[in-house]
Design a protein around this ligand. Structure first.
Ligand code: GLN
Length: 543
């Protein structure tokens, strides 16, 4: 029998970047730890259909789901915290909503009617929220509304929340996240921005049930009472969200503040038990009490951007905790790496990861970094473009294929060792047209990668147009770059491993999208372990 799903809406006020995604993920974690089934959804108010075509400078990393949706990076947090895979249904944009409604109009579905924001757009928004609940028969659907309350573009979403709140009655909770600034000159925490953002929500017909206050200083009880009074909520519904040492502290902090209890109270669900956070606390303990440390070089094109390689950085955190090892990441802009400085820039690294990417900016620096890792036997992980660069480097420097390249960067290369997939050649449009999502890969028994996964068949997520050119397979294999992962259906090489190197692996897929706190990705765990061994050997050598 279908259960009564409860809906939790998370809105944000005052400024963007307050961490709505982390608060939503923390709520999901706490409810899951109490045994409820939960999913999280992000509604993005921009007009792009998805962030797949957005520059990382605009929107940070594009997260890829198992079913091949290119989504907001918050979905990465949802998966890392809740350990539940997301899908296309978990990320809806204004673009998707309007496209659907306009397509319906063209088909004649609304014949005779004037198609309007209310009810047609808001109905489509509500349908997308409820659809998720029906798909998974969840106890809770958490819906994060992107943007800041008061933005013109988020109005239809807030209106949809208003209507759903009215329709659902007690099966609905609105959590509003705001900022409480501390004015050092006055020595005071300020409540006015919160009052104003709640007022804005009220003008749009939504009374929040719970107010989460992001703050750098603890909120005194009297301050909470003041917010409660001005914002029409109980003092217990004013929750402090203090700046945390790591994002993974937030579920524990939210539990201490009783955010989960307050939510359950609002939807009248009894909460007689405590959430089971034993594994989470153990992870936090390991994370905060490392017994060793390594420095990994992250060679990429957008390393100055905090969010561009979000999932890779978080995978390091998971794998570090698993190894009880602090992972320091040295970000290296590949554009600035050349023959004259490569040794100096990469000195002291215990592992090198060459990042995924598009376009030829910084390609030479990536290839030079890989040559360094190969020759100096530094553990190396190449992801997607990182693997493709490893293939190019090996072709040029070991197989003597002068000028070997990917046809993405040189259409007339004499040795197209990386080439566009046949299926991609006929595609004209850019959005959602890459090889996307989870594909099955057969791992060669006896390989290092087989040892790592301990499985012959794996499924990993993809996002690319180019692939290893099988015309060169024999030559690579004979010279020691071994294909150890194969997509049998389409005969695509998915993993390369270097013989005679302690740890040199290139993968055509993105393992970082599947690493979670509960299940750190085995490739990352093994990579950090190899870096630890490398670091220990370096210390021995220097003695
Ligand atoms: N640009 C490369 C391709 O399209 C690699 C993509 C990536 O690294 N995600 O194949």
């Amino acid at each position: 029998m279908a259960k009564t799903t409860k809906y939790i809406f998370v809105t944000g006020g005052v400024t963007s970047s307050l961490g709505k995604g982390i608060i939503s993920s923390s709520i999901a974690k706490l409810l899951k730890a109490r045994g409820f089934s939960v999913t999280i959804q992000k509604l993005d108010p921009y007009i792009n259909i998805d962030p797949g075509t957005l520059n990382p400078y605009e929107h940070g990393e594009c997260f890829v789901t198992e079913d091949g949706a290119e989504t907001d990076l918050d979905l990465g947090h949802y998966e890392r915290f809740s350990n539940v895979p997301t899908s296309q249904a978990n990320n809806i944009t204004t673009g998707i909503i309007y496209q659907t409604v306009i397509n319906k109009e063209r088909r004649g579905d609304f014949l005779g009617e004037t198609v309007q924001v209310i009810p047609h757009i808001t109905d489509e928004i509500k349908y997308r929220i409820k659809l998720l609940a029906h798909q998974g028969n969840y106890d809770f659907v958490i819906t994060e509304i992107g943007g800041t309350v008061g933005d013109i573009e988020s109005l239809p979403y807030i209106e949809a929340v208003r209507q759903m709140r009215w329709e659902l009655g007690r099966n609905c909770v609105v959590v509003h996240l705001t900022l409480v600034p501390y004015l050092a000159a006055a020595g005071e925490l300020k409540s006015k921005p919160t009052q104003h953002s709640v007022k804005t929500l009220l003008e749009q017909g939504v009374q929040p049930d719970i107010i989460v206050c992001r703050t750098e200083k603890h909120l005194p009880e009297s301050f909470k009472t003041k917010i409660a009074l001005f914002c029409n909520v109980a003092p217990s519904a004013v929750i402090e969200s203090i700046d945390a040492e790591t994002i993974y502290d937030v579920p524990v902090l939210m539990h201490k503040e009783k955010l989960d209890v307050e939510i359950l109270k609002k939807v009248k669900v009894p909460c007689n038990t405590e959430p089971d956070l034993v594994d989470w606390e153990e992870f936090l303990f390991k994370l905060k009490n490392p017994s060793s440390e390594v420095t990994i070089g992250l060679v990429g094109k957008y390393v100055e951007l905090k969010d561009a390689y979000k999932s890779i950085n978080e995978s390091f955190v998971h794998a570090g905790a698993m190894n009880e090892c602090k992972v320091h990441v040295r970000s290296l802009q590949s554009e600035f790496i050349d023959e004259s400085n490569v040794a100096e820039k990469l000195a002291g690294l215990d592992g090198i990861l060459v990042a995924p990417g598009f376009g030829d900016r910084g390609i030479d620096g990536k290839i030079l970094s890989i040559k360094y890792a190969r020759e100096k036997k530094v553990p190396f992980l190449g992801i997607c473009l990182g693997m493709q660069c490893a293939v190019i480097e090996f072709g040029r420097n070991i197989l003597g294929l002068t000028g070997a390249h990917s046809t993405e960067f040189n259409k007339t290369t004499p040795f197209p060792v990386i080439d566009m997939m046949e299926t991609q050649k006929k595609i004209a449009g850019l959005g959602g047209t890459m090889r996307l999502g989870g594909y099955r890969c057969k791992v060669k028994k006896g390989s290092k990668v087989f040892d790592i996964y301990k499985d012959e068949y794996i499924t990993e997520r993809h996002r690319h147009r180019y692939e290893f050119n099988n015309d060169y397979l024999d030559a690579y294999q004979k010279a020691g770059m071994i294909p150890v992962g194969l997509n049998e259906k389409d005969n695509l090489i998915e993993i390369m491993e270097l013989k005679g190197h302690p740890w040199f692996i290139g993968v055509q897929f993105h393992p970082e999208f599947k690493s979670t706190v509960a299940n750190p990705h085995p490739l990352f765990v093994s990579f950090i372990k190899a870096a630890k061994t490398y670091a220990a050997n370096q210390v021995k050598k220097s003695k």
